[in-house]
Write a protein that binds this ligand. Structure first.
Ligand SMILES: [Fe+2]
Length: 398
């Protein structure tokens, strides 16, 4: 009996290791194909003060993998001590990273390949001890996979900021289908947070019951066409639609429309990965700040949903559509810990960001890997942030 159990456990572990290897390879080939069309000179350039040079992202992915898999799990010595200072995201703000003595593109490619070879050795030789929270279900390997997948999106944000054309990419699916403009989500309790996701982040825990009154939620995200009606109605010139902070932001930015939009005699256009094209009216609006989302909602006689409302809609069969993998959706919620929160495996992923400075985004965008774009995943950002692939949908009390 005991031998059977041991054999089963061994088989399960071998399967899990195969999954991890596959996910690591999948993430890496996605990063490589994104960066392949970009010349080395551009990889090393500081495209925008808002983003790191692309080659920093690449080496930072390797550094994070080295830190957790090679050093922490494998007990190996640091590759180069100075990488800790260069590639720790807390050591330097993004706008400074182009000035640092970071690895050149060919060095960065060699570094990440070395780290990966060693990481696969560590995976082979490490038992995924269910009694060790870092190793149980391959958690730390999942952490490294998720981190690399999340940087795909960061890289895409940088490529979108560039004015030079990049090969065509898919975007959010246009909003379509027949149906009501909004749906009713009945009142009652539901479980907020991750219950089955083996590689959930600490901020998705503890899952807990939340009681919500009934509310209405847009069936689909707000489209470019709908948002344009707000712009053309003079929404950016009417302070009553804006919060005080939002109105101050709008003035300081001189914002009159979403980022990358341009008005013209023949109608509105937008720039997407270096190509100017007519604004597609049925596509979900992107590149709006939280302030813009909040102002639009007020103009529409609605409000933004809370993150709990959003998650309840995403977990239930209420009829809301395109919640996952279209655009990130701003919510009214600040980024705060759930009851019973415990930082794991490090405080710098979530804990240091908790507070009223950030707003939560949900759902994942077209640029987010499906492993990350799950109903319980919490993203957060400053309310003024616009280079992210963020839109929103509106809600109202029932
Ligand atoms: Fe990172």
């Amino acid at each position: 009996m005991l031998t059977v159990t041991t054999a089963q456990r061994g088989r399960r572990e071998a399967e899990l290791k195969t999954t991890i290897r596959h996910e690591l390879e999948r993430a890496r080939s996605a990063i490589e194909s994104l960066l392949a069309p970009v010349p080395d000179g551009v990889l090393a350039a500081q495209v925008s003060p808002l983003q790191s040079p692309l080659v920093w992202d690449l080496a930072h992915i390797g550094w994070f993998e080295e830190l957790w898999l090679l050093r922490r799990v494998g007990g190996r010595a640091p590759h180069e001590e100075r990488h800790d200072e260069l590639y720790d995201a807390f050591a330097h703000v993004r706008g400074e990273r182009g000035e640092l003595p970071i690895l050149r593109p060919e060095q960065a490619r060699a570094y990440v390949a070395d780290v990966r070879r060693a990481a696969l050795e560590v995976l082979d030789e490490t038992p995924l001890d269910p009694g060790d929270r870092l190793l149980a279900d391959g958690y730390v390997f999942g952490l490294v996979v998720s981190h690399e997948l999340q940087h795909i999106e960061t890289i895409l944000q940088t490529l979108q900021l560039r004015e030079q054309p990049y090969p065509a990419l898919p975007g959010p699916a246009p909003v379509g289908g027949a149906g009501p403009s909004d749906v009713l989500v009945p009142g009652g309790s539901f479980v907020l947070g991750a219950t089955e996701e083996r590689w959930a982040y600490d901020n998705e825990l503890d899952a807990h019951e939340v009681e919500l009154p009934a509310f209405r939620l847009d069936r689909t995200p707000v489209t470019n066409g709908a948002y344009l009606a707000f712009v053309e109605d003079g929404g950016y010139g009417e302070p009553s639609w804006w919060s005080d902070e939002g109105w101050a932001w709008r003035g300081a930015e001189n914002a009159g429309h979403p980022l990358y939009w341009t008005p013209g005699p023949g109608g509105w256009s937008r720039r997407r990965f270096g190509r100017v094209e007519p604004l597609p009216p049925a596509e979900p609006v992107q590149h709006v700040s939280w302030y813009e989302a909040d102002a639009y909602a007020r103009w529409a006689g609605r409000r933004l949903p809370s993150e709990a409302e959003w998650e309840k809609a995403a977990k239930g069969a209420c009829g809301a559509e395109q919640l996952l993998g279209g655009v990130w959706e701003w919510t009214s919620s600040h980024f705060l810990p759930y009851p019973g929160f415990e930082a794991f495996p490090y405080a710098e992923y979530s804990e240091v960001f908790f507070g009223e400075e950030y707003r939560v985004l949900r759902g994942g965008s077209w640029a987010t890997d499906p492993l990350v774009a799950r109903p319980t995943f919490r993203n957060w950002d400053y309310p003024q942030r616009r280079q992210i692939f963020a839109g929103f949908r509106c809600a109202s009390d029932a």
